[in-house]
Design a protein around this ligand. Structure first.
Ligand SMILES: [Zn+2]
Length: 326
């Protein structure tokens, strides 16, 4: 859907969701919020993260609407004990970006807001095939980009065409994650180093060790290589989970009990493997809120924050309600 039209739909839905009788009908008890990067300059990063103003807006909105920000453990405990006295929001950040510490942490400290950071082993060890960072750098730094594997040549001299081209190639990778490996020659030709981008954008081992000791922080798993688990055979998928948990526990010397599926991609097999690997919960990128204690702990939905109106519409439950009616 066109970006403008989508925002109009979200705006309409968010206003309907504010009506008292709609709010009462669609009330939820808990929600897990999904963030990646919290960027000081979204434009220079081709609008791929959450701006500080949108981050602040979402936190102010939660506070104003009576959502207490709690850790994932506390949220699940309260759901299990059927505590209906408050509504709970859990803040989660995927991948372990540096700006989670340099930008988000001071804001969260001022609010005494606990949060979870899901870390793939390949980020701090700099071995991750972070193709999305490579593509962003490619389109930021070049006005003409040829992606041979896709059979496309992009002329992208201005901000809007760069953004659209980046979105198109990202969509192509999401269609089939084997496409990611086909980008390697393009990165090589354009002198783009994924280990260098990992170094630039992701927290290192020392920084993660310090972050894990922060009283507001929990560290969760996100697999070893950030592979889409359903694309792997059972043994590789299991190793991605077990090895990542072992690596993180050894690094931070604390138990790691929670997981985020890379790309939010999972099925029943992944739920069982995650359980067997010793994790107690797993979050997806399926949009939704938690309504009662009968949640599937290995397929917890989250709400992503991409725009003010989209966030409010999703938080109101109106988008979920419409999807259920379909
Ligand atoms: Zn991720």
């Amino acid at each position: 859907m066109d970006r403008f039209l989508k925002n109009c739909v979200y705006y309409g839905a968010s206003r309907i969701g504010e009506l008292p009788f709609v709010r009462a009908r669609l009330a939820a008890r808990a929600v897990i919020i999904l963030f990646h990067e919290i960027q000081l300059d979204c434009r220079s990063e081709l609008m791929t993260g959450t701006s500080v103003s949108l981050f602040d807006f979402s936190l102010n909105w939660l506070q104003r609407e009576g959502w207490s920000i709690v850790s994932l453990d506390e949220c699940l405990e309260r759901l299990a004990s059927n505590d209906r006295s408050r509504r709970y929001a859990v803040l989660t950040f995927d991948d372990g970006y540096r700006d989670n510490v340099s930008v988000a942490l001071p804001i969260l400290e001022r609010r005494h807001a606990p949060f979870m950071v899901y870390v793939p082993t390949g980020a701090p060890t700099r071995s991750m095939q972070s193709w999305w960072l490579g593509l962003r750098k490619l389109f930021r730094s070049r006005d003409k980009v040829t992606i041979d594997a896709l059979g496309r040549r992009f002329h992208c001299a201005d901000f809007r065409s760069k953004m659209l081209a980046l979105e198109e190639v990202i969509r192509w990778v999401h269609q089939d994650y084997r496409h990611a490996a086909l980008l390697a020659p393009t990165f090589k030709q354009n002198d783009i180093s994924l280990p260098a981008l990992n170094e630039e954008y992701f927290l290192d081992e020392r920084e993660l060790g310090i972050l894990a000791r922060h009283p507001l922080v929990s560290i969760g798993g996100h697999t070893t290589s950030h592979a889409a688990l359903p694309t792997l055979d059972k043994f590789l998928a299991r190793a991605e989970l077990v090895d990542n948990r072992g690596y993180l526990e050894n690094l931070i010397q604390l138990p790691v009990r929670h997981l985020a599926y890379p790309y939010g991609d999972w099925g029943h097999r992944e739920e069982n493997l995650t359980n067997e690997a010793g994790f107690q919960t797993a979050v997806t990128t399926q949009q939704g809120r938690l309504n009662d204690n009968k949640v599937n702990r290995f397929a917890l939905p989250r709400i992503g924050v991409y725009s003010r109106s989209g966030f409010m519409a999703r938080m109101s439950g109106i988008i979920e309600a419409v999807q259920l009616l379909r």
